[in-house]
Design a binder for this molecule. Structure first.
Ligand code: NI
Length: 167
């Protein structure tokens, strides 16, 4: 197992569109394990492979309080969505920034599990937000890109300042 470095917004590599996984081999299984370890260590409730600079369609999520309900989704696809909710989001790639984003309230997502079995998850509330947030990452989109240009400019300035302090 290994902790993976997480890309920080506005790193241009966060804009890459991830490719579908064609075969769930040892490399993909290791990636999924390392991503889970990285997410728990951060700590966060979700992580997309894009954020660790691997441009394959793999996400891990655990929204449980007990941190023992890991979901690993390969090639997740939103098949259906409805309703609207506004939730305050954060992201491991945008440390210290939280803002409200409008998302679908309910989603149905098709994916493969680590054994290559086709699965469907029906989610609402926080899990639905998390799925949409992570699938956005696979499509090269960070949650702050749902915000106004003015807010994005402010966030970039704030992050640049943080980076200077820690450097
Ligand atoms: Ni994120």
């Amino acid at each position: 197992m290994a902790l993976l470095p997480i890309l920080r917004f506005p790193d241009p590599r966060l804009k890459k569109v991830a490719a579908p996984v064609l075969e769930i081999d040892e490399g993909i299984k290791r990636l999924a394990r390392d991503m889970a370890e990285t997410m728990y260590e951060a700590p966060g409730i979700g992580l997309a492979a894009t954020q660790v600079d691997v441009h394959k369609r793999v996400i891990v999520i655990d929204i449980s309080e007990t941190r023992d309900e890991l979901l690993t989704l390969i090639n997740p696809e939103i098949a259906e969505k409805d309703g609207l909710q506004v939730c305050e989001e954060g992201c491991l790639s945008v440390p210290g920034i939280y803002d409200k984003v409008e998302r679908a309230e309910n989603v149905r997502v098709h994916y493969l599990d680590l054994k290559g079995e086709k699965r469907t998850i029906e989610a609402h509330g926080l899990l639905a937000v998390c799925l949409q947030h992570e699938i956005d990452h696979l499509d090269g989109k960070v949650f702050v890109e749902h915000l106004s240009q003015l807010k994005q400019t402010r966030i970039k300035a704030k992050l640049a300042k943080q980076a200077k302090i820690t450097a």
